[in-house]
Design a protein around this ligand. Structure first.
Ligand SMILES: NC(=O)c1ccc[n+]([C@@H]2O[C@H](COP(=O)([O-])OP(=O)(O)OC[C@H]3O[C@@H](n4cnc5c(N)ncnc54)[C@H](OP(=O)(O)O)[C@@H]3O)[C@@H](O)[C@H]2O)c1
Length: 256
């Protein structure tokens, strides 16, 4: 293990969207090392370029959500190279926002829960020992305000039921992780509305007019702005302040 490495990050879902920019920011931190998780390493050409720009600072690794053996293999790789992981950002997710509960196919529900909930739990299981080896361990799943059962979005006719339900279950798992592991900083973190391809598709597919009516009330961040804000918040978060809370990107709290 390199003694000059300050923080070892693992971020999942770094192939596109907000995830792409997590790598830039983590790489810009002095001596930070980033494991950038992607589904298919052979299709991560942009990441390879970035690795060349920051030699010895970024490793593009295969990380498929809910793949128990694959996640365990990744943990072995990190163990051999760094012996610990300090900050895990569970960012990978499926987000299709197109249907009501009535017309959501069962397989679509399955996929959202497999990737967004089971995937995060499996990741935590695989990395538990490496997090425990860190002097300052953080496990931060990226959630969504649409998970809020008690918040203002719930009564709106936006078709987020499948996605929102999976993120609500993710919130439960994360809050439970917080209580089950008193040595860890863990909390679900919502990024706000971010102008990624997924978000654009969700807005384009919205026939209810809700997104249009909300447009003037929401700040649409770029993926780069969102990633910076999230990483800054994650880096200074403490168990006492943010631990087990449903945290918004602006540092506020979202109703469960
Ligand atoms: N954008 C927003 O406005 C917004 C709002 C609230 C919450 N969020 C949350 O913020 C996070 C990032 O959002 P985003 O908009 O950047 O998402 P995105 O553009 O849809 O990117 C999702 C990432 O997850 C990866 N992924 C999907 N399924 C996977 C699987 N089975 N195994 C491993 N990786 C998988 C994708 O990899 P591939 O490229 O291989 O498909 C991609 O890199 C997500 O957790 C999302 O729910 C976003």
């Amino acid at each position: 293990m390199s003694s000059s490495t300050s923080t070892v990050y693992l971020v999942t879902g770094t192939n596109r969207g907000i995830g792409t920019h997590f790598r830039y920011i983590a790489a810009s931190r002095p001596n930070a090392f980033v494991y950038a998780g992607v589904r298919d390493v052979s299709k991560a050409a942009a990441l390879d370029e970035l690795s060349k720009k920051h030699p010895g600072r970024i490793s593009v690794v295969k990380c498929v959500s809910a793949d128990v053996e694959g996640n365990a293999q990744l943990a072995k790789e990190i163990q051999a190279r760094h012996g610990r992981v300090d900050t895990v950002i569970a960012n990978a997710a499926v987000a299709r926002v197109e249907t009501t509960v009535l017309d959501t196919p069962a397989k679509e529900l399955d996929e959202h829960f497999t990737v967004n909930v089971v995937g995060t739990a499996v990741l935590f299981q695989a990395l538990h020992a490496l997090l425990k080896a860190s002097p300052s361990p953080r496990f931060i799943p990226i959630s969504s305000a649409s998970a809020s059962i008690g918040g203002p979005m719930m009564p709106l006719p936006v078709r987020v039921a499948t996605y929102g339900a999976s993120k609500a279950a993710l919130n439960y798992i994360t809050r439970k992780i917080h209580f089950e592991n008193e040595w860890l900083v863990a909390f679900p973190l919502a990024p706000g509305v971010v102008n990624t391809d997924s978000a654009k598709a969700a807005m384009a597919n919205d026939t209810t007019g809700v997104f249009d009516s909300l447009r003037e009330h929401i700040t649409l961040q770029t993926p780069e702005e969102a990633a910076k804000a999230l990483v800054d918040l994650i880096d200074r978060a403490t168990r006492e302040k943010e631990g087990g809370e449903f945290v918004d990107v602006d540092g506020g709290r979202i109703p469960w």
